[in-house]
Ligand binder design. Structure first.
Ligand code: HEC
Length: 211
């Protein structure tokens, strides 16, 4: 079935705002994109529809929702980024004409505003600006970037005494609004003699939050 929707767009997808897309947006976007929030509101179809192509571009470029660490380097709790199936769903909806669907299927309520992420409190904080060789073993619970400005990047890795390399985090083109303490899903154990390397703009550093 092909139905004309908004303007000249032709609807070629079964995905709709009221059924799938509003749920994704409520889960991942409206904590900021709401009336009185940090960004323009995306809570209704009428508000979201004019942004459809920008939404596709932002989610495909992984710029929205802002989170920080590049996927695949380090695994962190509360990862706010979208999964690939979620990205595919946004793209398919937009490219299929971004239809509204049956208003009766809308979720009954819009979730609340963003809460500030909690800072991780650990016994030791080891600040690394460029490199550091550990004189005793460390168990790293999380990482706290410092001194980064919007659109800057920072990368960190550990070279263990046996020569193996563990990439710790890669923050690329960051949005400072998204930066927080990144807590590892599994604490990273670094033996004595490990060399921790950080590359970032001058004035930036990475704090290792340790037991
Ligand atoms: C942590 C807050 C936050 C979350 C969560 C968030 N955004 Fe945003 N978004 C912003 C802010 C702030 C802007 C304003 C422009 C900027 O600073 O980039 C923005 C801008 C945008 C833009 C406009 C980009 C342009 O063309 O200038 C789009 C589209 C967008 N967001 C889509 C989304 C979608 C879709 C989601 C969920 C999948 C989302 N955002 C989640 C904060 C957020």
């Amino acid at each position: 079935m092909v139905t004309p929707a908004f303007g000249h767009d032709i609807v070629t997808t079964k995905l709709t705002w009221t059924q799938e897309v509003s749920r994704l947006v409520y889960k991942h976007c409206v904590s900021c994109h709401r009336e009185g929030g940090r960004a323009f509101s995306l809570t209704t179809y009428a508000e979201a529809r004019p942004w459809a192509k920008a939404i596709r571009d932002e989610v495909l470029g992984r710029r929205m929702p802002p989170w920080g660490p590049v996927k695949g380097v380090g695994e962190f709790h509360d990862d706010a980024s979208l999964s690939l199936p979620e990205i595919d769903m946004f793209v398919a909806w937009v490219e299929g004409g971004a239809p509204e669907g049956d208003p009766a299927l809308l979720p009954s309520h819009v979730p609340g505003a963003a809460t500030t992420p909690v800072a991780l409190s650990t016994r030791r904080v080891v600040d690394v600006a460029t490199s550091l060789t550990l004189s005793s073993p460390l168990t790293v619970q999380g990482l706290r970037p410092a001194g980064l400005q919007d659109r800057q990047s920072l990368e960190a890795w550990a070279t263990k005494p046996d020569g193996s390399v563990e990439r710790l985090i890669w923050l690329r083109d960051v949005r400072t609004m998204a930066l927080r303490d990144y807590r590892f899903r599994t604490p990273v154990r670094l033996p004595r003699g490990t060399s921790v390397q950080v590359t970032g703009p001058s004035g930036s550093s990475l704090k290792l939050l340790c037991d």
